[in-house]
Design a protein around this ligand. Structure first.
Ligand SMILES: [Zn+2]
Length: 122
């Protein structure tokens, strides 16, 4: 047990840290940080803009493809009902290289899936 040395240790640490921080240096540091943040924000904005432009271009391309959307199932010829439910259940297959859009009704999707599953089994 040596209470005097313990007190000297903590006391030394305290006074040393608080007094050795000049205000000037602290301010420079803050400005630098702010500047960095600003730079980062600008970079992010640039990136976001590029991303959104890319998304728009992609969407435009896809819209063009959707103009080619068939009115019926590419497999069985069933008429494609333009309802939200149909949009959710029918499958659109886009072949960009061939500029081809194919549409598959839920039944044909099921059949195709079964064929693939059967092929996998063999
Ligand atoms: Zn079909």
């Amino acid at each position: 047990m040596d209470p005097s040395s313990a007190r000297a240790n903590s006391g030394g640490l305290f006074s040393g840290k608080t007094e050795l921080q000049p205000l000037k240096e602290k301010r420079i540091c803050l400005v630098d940080k702010k500047h960095k943040k600003k730079l980062k924000r600008t970079a992010k904005k640039k990136k976001e803009k590029a991303a959104s432009q890319e998304a728009t271009a992609k969407l435009k391309k896809q819209m063009n493809m959707f103009d080619r959307l068939p009115n019926n199932c590419s497999s069985c010829g069933k008429n494609f009902p333009k309802t939200q439910e149909a949009h959710m259940t029918w499958q659109v297959v886009v072949r960009e290289q061939k500029q081809q859009v194919r549409l598959f009704c839920p039944e044909c999707q099921k059949q195709a899936k079964e064929i693939v599953e059967n092929q996998n089994e063999v």
